[in-house]
Design a protein around this ligand. Structure first.
Ligand SMILES: O=c1ccn([C@@H]2O[C@H](COP(=O)(O)O)[C@@H](O)[C@H]2O)c(=O)[nH]1
Length: 275
């Protein structure tokens, strides 16, 4: 099963567009994990979160920086292996925002898909077509291209006019017309930009969006679902990291994470089309 097929299956099986982001910050870990070695704590924390939320999500999104900063690459590999072993139907999107000349991009693709066993990764399109091809050539895996990021500074460059349209729309158009030949592309579209999301949906057709920015960043769930969903009520992978992971810093952290995930899924589903 390729990445898009796996995602389609996961959306339906979980009745969920929610993705839980795995951004393990040891300084925010609950008290019971403080006795462990930092790297071991990262793995145990992730496993507890995954076990508590697996039936509520359509994907997991580990963010590589949280592991690399702790020299915990082995724990990143073990976290993805844990998902693949225990919940093999759930896609894993490695958030690494890679992008470089083709020869190096090929190594970044190997890092994500072979070293870590991710189903998809995030890619920065700034270097252009030849930098993206080494990723999209892995036709069975997903390539999630930054289009309209969730942060306030997104407007600095992404709004610049490039021949009659803003840059973020040009990225969406390029992906839809030229880079999605294997049907394995997605776009990152921040929850904090519903107006722009609606414009991107018109350009991108059925291409799924990875949507960070709900929860800690304050994105409006109703506005984003209405702006970005496809007519089939799918097409969105809505990520929440800190709001789920750090719902409690006590013994009940996994149950609290589950409760926030349940509530977020329900809120998203309230606004989904049900054709
Ligand atoms: O435009 C983007 C692209 C990626 N991210 C990443 O998503 C999560 C968001 O975390 P929250 O705690 O839910 O705010 C994080 O890993 C970012 O690196 C993004 O926020 N915006």
């Amino acid at each position: 099963m390729n990445f898009i097929e796996k995602l389609n299956h996961a959306w339906r099986a979980s009745d969920s567009l929610l993705c839980v982001g795995l951004d393990p910050d040891v300084t925010r870990f609950p008290q019971p994990l403080h006795n462990l070695d930092r790297k071991q704590a990262i793995l145990e924390f992730n496993k507890a979160i995954i076990d508590a939320t697996h039936d509520l999500v359509c994907a997991y999104k580990p963010q590589i920086a949280y592991f690399a900063a702790e020299s915990a690459e082995a724990q990143l590999a073990q976290t993805i292996a844990y998902i693949n072993a225990h919940y093999p139907h759930i896609p894993v999107i490695l958030d690494s925002k890679r992008g470089d000349i083709g020869s190096t991009a090929a190594m970044y693709a190997a890092e994500a898909f072979e070293r870590y066993g991710a189903d998809a990764l995030t890619v920065n399109p700034y270097l252009g077509t030849d930098s993206v091809t080494p990723f999209t050539a892995h036709a069975e895996r997903g390539v999630v291209l930054l289009c309209r990021t969730s942060n306030p500074g997104a407007a600095d460059f992404q709004d610049l006019d490039v021949g009659g349209m803003p840059l973020y729309q040009k990225v969406a158009q390029t992906v839809a017309r030229h880079w999605n030949t294997h049907g394995n592309c997605m776009l990152v579209v921040g929850a904090t930009w519903p107006e722009q999301m609606a414009a991107i949906r018109k350009i991108a057709g059925d291409i799924p969006f990875l949507v960070p920015g709900v929860g800690a960043q304050g994105g409006d769930v109703e506005a984003l679902v209405k702006a970005g969903q496809r007519p089939d009520g799918l097409g969105l992978v809505i990520n929440s990291s800190r709001a789920v992971l750090y719902a409690s810093q006590r013994d009940d952290f996994a149950a609290a994470a589950r409760q926030v995930a349940l509530e977020t899924r329900a809120l998203i589903n309230r606004y989904r089309a049900r054709p």
